[in-house]
Design a protein around this ligand. Sequence first.
Ligand SMILES: [Zn+2]
Length: 253
Amino acid sequence: MNDTQLLRYSRHILLDEVGIEGQARLLAAHILFIGAGGLGSPAAMYLAASGVGRITLVDDDAVDLTNLQRQVMHTTERIGTPKVDSGREALRAINPDVVVTALRERADGQRLQELVQGVSVVLDCSDNFATRHAVNRACVAARVPLVAGAAIRFDGQLSVFDTRRADCPCYACVFPQESGFEDVACSTMGVFAPLVGIVGAVQAAEALKLLLHVGTPLAGRLLLLDGRAMEWTEIKTARNPACPVCAGRPAHA
Ligand SMILES: [Zn+2]
């Protein structure tokens, strides 16, 4: 680390849990974002500011006027620009140390398997169940921890699916694909602007904790936020021994 970096990251380096060694670990890390919208914006901005060395943004959408109420990485003048390009510009402006790769595509199946290879952590900031399940399958196969968030209306949801751990469920253990959860889109249901900021910021915190090996990760626990009451509920989650995605994993470490 050079002198500028020591200054830029000094408030992290001062933390016993981070220090120079931890900060160097962040600079060497690579985080993959699926989705560069409401959750992806705050999460990517915090992780870029924190000095995560490589960030890859994947999203096939362009910035729209209706996004700007909550997708704080994008700006009025970048309406019409691909979200990944707008995001790259925002992250570079925050921290030139970060190498940002912008992929304007809707990644699924085989492509996701390729994208998660060699990545430190994946952040699922997408808005539909098909993508969430595809991201989960790729993360289980590559044994990459997944930090998943969701937000709609005043309701938020968060968990970490770290399938490197034998005791930790995957996304499909908790939300079976055949359970018939229906997609509810922000475009039809609405979403309270700061809710995506709260959930996205917690996703960033969990990603940093995983990279730094700090504290207790949100693995095996599902956090539900009722934004109206500002009340968090924690539900313990367990592996499904018959999970079609991860039942083949060893049951014990
Ligand atoms: Zn599973």
